[in-house]
Design a protein around this ligand. Sequence first.
Ligand code: AMP
Length: 191
Amino acid sequence: MLNLVLFGPPGAGKGTQSALLIDKYNLVHLSTGDIFRYNMKEGTELGKLAKSYIEKGALVPDEVTIGMLEAEVNSNTEAKGFVFDGFPRTNAQAEALDAFLSSKGTSISAMLALEVAEQELVTRLLERGKSSGRADDQNPEIIKNRIQVYENETAILKDYYAAQNKFVGVKGIGSIESITNSLCKVIDALV
Ligand code: AMP
C-alpha cells in the first residue's frame, strides 16, 4: 500500500494537492477536517462535538479524532492506499496511526510536508474564506489560533517522521501544478 501523510499548516494547500494526488495514484483521500465538516452539516453528535472546537480553531480531542479516522480506514476495504490530510496533528495521533496501520500489516510510506510562510497562509485562508463558507477561514483571530496550534502541537511531527526517515519537505509556493510535480517526484521515487 502507498500511505502518504500530506502535512503542513492550515492554508498550505493540503486539500488541493490531495485531490490531485489521489487521482494520479488511485488512492483514497481521508481529510479529518472534511469529515468533521460533513458531520457538522448533517448535524450528527460527532458534528456537534467537533463544532465546539473547530469554531475556536482548537483541535478536536485525540480519542474522538483517532476513532473516527480508524473507522474511515476500515470502511475503505478496497483501498490501494490513503492520503491522510490533516491527520495526524498530535504525537498521540501519529503513534495511534502507526499502531493501527501496523495491526493491518501496512505503514506510512512518507510524510510530505508543504512549506509555506505564515503571512502567505493568512492571506490564502482569508481569500478561501470568501468562497468556502468556512467560518474558521473568515476570522483573523481563529486563523491565528489555528496557526498557533499548528506551531505548538503539530509541527513537531516532522521530527516524529524524520526519526523514521519518512519526512520530506516540499516547497508549497508557486503554481498548483509545479507543487504537484514536486510531490510526484518524491512519490515516484517511493513506488
Ligand atoms: P482542516 O480542514 O484540516 O483545516 O481542519 C479544520 C479543523 O478541524 C481544525 O482546525 C480542527 O479543529 C479540526 N481537525 C481536523 N483534523 C484534526 C485532527 N487530526 N485532530 C484534531 N482536530 C482536527
